[in-house]
Design a protein around this ligand. Sequence first.
Ligand code: SF4
Length: 363
Amino acid sequence: MSVEWVDISNHEKITELGQRVLNEGEISRNEAEWLFQLENQVDIYDLLSWSNRIREHYKGNKIHLCSIVNTKAGGCSENCKFCSQSAAYTTESPKYEFVDSEPVRQAAEEAKDNQVTALGLVAAWKGLSEGPVLDEVCNQIEKLAKSGTVRPDASLGLIKDQVVADRLKKSGLQCYNHNLETSERFFPEVCSTHSFEERIETIQYLKNAGIKICSGGIFGMGETLSDRCDMAFRLKDLKVNVVPINLLNPVEGTPLSERPNIDPMEALKCIACFRLILPRQEIMIAGGRAVNLRDLQSMIFMAGASALMVGNYLTTLNQTVEQDLQMLKDLGLDPDWGNHNFQDQEADSESTECSLEKPCDCN
Ligand code: SF4
């Protein structure tokens, strides 16, 4: 019988890094890269035990739930290779123009009934500029904010003007989702109709306006482990508040339709690495959870996730909200954040607002 020896030096090194983050210290880019490269199951379980402790230390047993409503579907001018809503690809995804306020109101009521903290208004288009569409978007955000049902969030693409970000803030928007998607190096492989730099500029305009930032990306598009590590450190530099992690769910008709699913343990390891790099941020598991993680879904919290996208995603299905709430209950986790206002990130968020009026590199 062959015996596989455990590498004690790996155990000691993982312990040292985990303990350091637990003591409110930081890990370096090189140390994080080493964690991303771990392959042995024993080492990965070691890492998960630390990511779980770190989540508990910074977040207690609270889990922040988010939902989305697709307010404008399909026909997008951009060519993001993972997305079934791009007009560049032929897919089965629905197509419709910006909806009126009734579906948004209904989604908000449903979200509230399910203990969901925030509802994101999502639109498949390149971005927002001043004009009637922005007026309508602001009108709907204002209505949602005044209703007090859920926190109004949005994901409305690129912003190229400070005035647009300021108007969103004034309408009552608290948090805006704008993913980096991947590393700066790999981004051109994923999209060629806009640049990584435009995405960073959008985030800077929103931060200048005082809007909290939800920004993350997708694992499984063909990026390297080093790309994932780069993305995590870029998000750390940007001091974003919520980090959504999507696991690619390849959609027929898109250029990434043939990509294999990500291995569940590999996904959990990468989520754990994000928790050690970004200890105070909400790490939210979003699209592709059920199809990629299968029976290991509940282990995302051990890997360090502190937030969950519930309900159906934009174009793919999720497990039911009831199943998610039962999963949290079984794990002793509490979805009730009340009005989650990011106070637990105060040490980071104090310095998130750039004092300049134009986007800059100061963050
Ligand atoms: S990800 Fe957004 S910007 Fe890219 S194609 Fe899809 S809807 Fe358009």
